[in-house]
Design a protein around this ligand. Sequence first.
Ligand SMILES: Cc1ncc(COP(=O)(O)O)c(C=O)c1O
Length: 437
Amino acid sequence: MNDATSSSSASKDATINTTVPPLSDMTLAEFRSNTSETIWNELLVLGMQPGVCNLGQGFPDYSGSRVAREAAAAAMVDPSMSGINQYTLPAGLGSLRSAICAYYNKCYGLHGGGGGKKAIAPENVMITVGATEALFVSLKTLAGPGDEVLMFNPGFPWYLSTTRIVGATPVLVELHGPDFAPDMEEVEKAITAKTRVLLLNSPHNPCGHCYTKKEMEGFARLALKYNLFVLSDEVYENVTFGGVQHLRIADEEGMFERTVTLCSASKLFSLTGWRVGWALSTPEVLKGLAVYHHNTSYCAPSPLQHGLSVALEAEDGSFEDMPKLVEGNALLLGDALKEKGFAITQPQGGHFLVADTTPLGLKGLECAKLLLIHAKVGVVPGIIFYFADPKDSNGGSGNKGGVDMDRPLLRFAICKRRDTIEEAVRRIRAMVFPSKH
Ligand SMILES: Cc1ncc(COP(=O)(O)O)c(C=O)c1O
């Protein structure tokens, strides 16, 4: 090394940074906006403490589809199926896409003719890593900076954060208790020239409302009038109560071409850890989703896709009696909460029951903490599902970085074994709430 080289490397050394650069501006902005994620993570840890009866996060405490598990496990070790442990095509395993078509076409009476209800073919199906990935790649495809995405408040928290992450603007339409049905006039009022996507969810998380035929027709009318895409999250489609039929917005006249339907094996087969979901739409729209799917997950786990194809082919519509179990759980828990003075919205479907804490004189977060400390029952306060209006930059009352802290709602996960719900009921019945002293 000559003198010139050594002096230049010495001056470079002098500029070496000992601190790492900051994360991207967008990530830091998301940290600031997404307080609900922090609260959510804290609650998850608390709910998993020993001795806690955990009705917090919506995962089942039973094993999920036996047929799917056995088929996946057998395929993984079967020498004649060694290819099943490798990548599938990005759109998904052919047998699963075919099984999905057969299932939907039969279950919802879909056919090739006009008048809505178009049959689904394999080119209408893309398998994703859960509905979470399907939500992300769909929003990335349909909306971007300058576009508005219309969604309901309360709603699944990922809608707001994913919309922000893809650079679009969330616009909130309030759902009002006790039934939390959408008000079409309020929806139409919220539509602007920038609205690109109407984000629907039925059965609804957390409120359990299932859209009626009239509501579906109302959404279809708005989507056609204002030329909107509809992103329809139907992950709880097989869990409806009291004879309520699940309706698909894609089956309304003129809606198939402008709808992306999100579905999930997490919910259909109680296999939340498998991370398999699917998006249903036209090949043209799925081509857009594929751009982002290729660059994020590429494909969902192959042996698990196989297990699900076998389970779907064998499915007789009873889903190992899971929907009946959840319906019974809703009634049992609802009765106990009513006795304790909560105002209950009996769900029409889905995996949750919401309770209003107002009659007890408590805020949701306060009541969730009391239930955890005194009854050792873990629940999620409604604040997680209530977005503060993003336009409300000074926060308003109780707004802590995107979370509306004052909401008097609790969400109980009811996708649990009957003995888990019975234990929670026993503990809640035994608890003395402060305002009852
Ligand atoms: C309404 C809703 N959509 C999507 C998801 C995500 O489902 P997945 O596990 O398939 O990613 C959930 C999970 O809880 C949900 O409640």
